[in-house]
Design a protein around this ligand. Structure first.
Ligand code: SAM
Ligand code: SF4
Length: 336
């Protein structure tokens, strides 16, 4: 593949990987405090350090002009950012963007599902780790399961092409719900992905190593009741998908520890402060807020900074649950 220097209209890193996917964390704030994602007490980015919605849209446009065809809006909880639908409206209209998608905890979907569909969002990932109300509140520290389930129903009624559940399974906390979650998703025609917990940020009251369950272990539990057939389906990302023969839906596994996916990496992440992260599990980054503010209204300096960033995209992550995290930013600040 031609590199970015040979073809300035696409993004290719030093390992020949083409970047076509941008994840934008529009806020690090959230109405939940999931035990694996955040510490109980968090220091959030001050509001005056945030990129404005206009700056976020400008950066999104620069990426699309450089061949990015998929943008995911995430956070923190993206739907708690004020006036967020304006950003969906602006990005949804960019020529060349094939997919605008969102990851949400579902708490605000009764309010926003229809507007998201109208803005051109075709697919939503909704996080759901338990179907037991008390346990759900324990894992999220504050969340209300009823609100999230109502949000999922609202999204189903709004007519998205695809709704997918994301679940993080923690040993002795919700590992007895693996099959219930698969059944819940399948009964509503939804796919489900299980994500291995990643050591992002220091978390006081949660032992990541003790809670860790591998994708292979989860898969073995599902195979007690269902036949899983590997599919070639890929979102160009880390998930490996299996067809559930009995239901016609799919189960995916995102396995940063046990099935490393870095060699196929096609993505970068933008934090709400405008830091472009070149790898989920490393600190290599470029300050795009500085560029966008130094050259208001100009696309070329921004696009050049993005092209240049390809030179420092690392080969891969280096996660190790046994050690203190090398990465001090939590998932909510990363754009998971
Ligand atoms: N608030 C939204 C939500 O929960 O869907 C979007 C942001 S959240 C950071 C995105 C996804 O990251 C969620 O599915 C969540 O379960 C997952 N996540 C958060 N912290 C994680 C961690 N340390 N390891 C693995 N997945 C994590
Ligand atoms: Fe909030 Fe999502 Fe993190 Fe849970 S996983 S605390 S819902 S950002």
């Amino acid at each position: 593949m031609k590199t970015t220097t040979e073809n300035p209209d696409i993004l290719v890193d030093n390992f020949g990987r083409r970047v076509t996917y941008l994840r934008i964390s529009v806020t690090d704030r959230c109405d939940f405090r999931c035990v694996y994602c955040m510490d109980e007490v968090m220091q959030f980015v001050p509001r005056n350090s945030l990129l404005t919605l206009e700056e976020l849209a400008t950066i999104g446009r620069a990426f699309v002009e450089l061949g990015v065809s998929k943008i995911r809006i995430t956070g923190g909880e993206p739907l708690v950012r004020r006036n967020i639908m304006k950003l969906f409206g602006d990005i949804g209209q960019l020529p060349g963007l094939d997919e605008l998608v969102i990851t949400t905890n579902g708490s605000q979907l009764t309010r926003y599902a229809t507007a998201l569909r109208e803005a051109g969002v075709k697919r939503i990932n909704i996080s759901l780790d338990s179907l037991n109300a008390e346990r759900f509140t324990n894992i999220t520290r504050v969340g209300d399961l009823g609100k999230v389930l109502a949000g999922i129903d609202a999204a189903r009624e709004a007519g998205f092409e695809n709704l997918k559940i994301n679940a993080v399974i923690l040993r002795n906390r919700n590992d007895d719900e693996i099959l219930d979650l698969v059944r819940y998703a399948a009964s509503r025609g939804m796919d489900i992905s299980f994500i291995e917990e990643m050591p992002l940020g220091v978390i006081g009251d949660h032992d990541r190593a003790a809670a860790f369950i591998s994708s292979d272990e989860i898969r073995a539990v599902i195979e007690q009741d269902y036949e899983l057939v590997p599919t070639a389906a890929t979102t160009g990302g880390p998930a490996r998908y299996f067809q559930v023969m009995e239901t016609g839906t799919r189960v995916g596994f995102i396995s940063p520890h046990t099935h490393n996916f870095c060699e196929r990496c096609n993505r970068v992440r933008l934090t709400c402060e405008g830091r472009l992260l070149l790898c989920l599990g490393q600190e290599h980054s470029v300050d795009l807020r500085r560029v966008v503010r130094a050259h208001p209204g100009e696309m070329e300096p921004l696009k050049q900074a993005i092209r240049d960033s390809m030179a420092i995209k690392p080969k891969g992550h280096d996660f190790n649950l046994q050690e203190q995290p090398l990465i001090f930013r939590h998932m909510n600040a990363t754009g998971g």
